[in-house]
Design a protein. Structure first.
Length: 133
């Protein structure tokens, strides 16, 4: 239950900062499966950005993922590639924050983004490798 409160608090903070749009419009093809994300990321065909917070990163991250906490995104937008030919995959713990962040970033001109279904909770449930940041 504590995790649910944390996720809501994070989303509310993002809304308060004007980072996450309140619009509920959905764009088709917003997400990729976890299997596809891992395959593309490990093959070097996509950048994986882990938007979880540092205390979540401490539990383990995908080796080579860019760690860019959601709370810091507004100040660090320049670290996200805007090249439409460079796929960028957003991952959080479950997909709630990454799907909301995707919509907000698309409003700011990032067109090559997708979020990863299942998130890092599913990654670790499957026993896939993680490293300490």
């Amino acid at each position: 239950m504590q995790h649910l409160r944390f996720s809501r608090r994070t989303l509310l903070a993002a809304l308060a900062l004007g980072f996450v749009s309140s619009a509920n419009a959905q764009v088709s093809n917003d997400f990729v499966s976890l299997d596809y994300a891992r395959k593309e990321f490990e093959a070097g065909k996509a950048i994986l950005i882990d938007i979880r917070e540092p205390e979540e990163h401490a539990t383990g991250v995908a080796k080579g993922a860019k760690l860019l906490p959601m709370r810091q995104l507004g100040a660090r937008l320049n670290e996200i590639p805007k090249d439409p030919t460079q796929p960028v995959l957003l991952i959080c713990n479950t997909q709630n924050r990454s799907s909301a962040t995707l919509r907000a970033l698309r409003e700011r001109g990032f067109t090559q983004l997708k979020y990863v279904q299942g998130g890092m909770s599913e990654w670790t449930r499957r026993g896939w490798p993680v490293v300490k940041p």
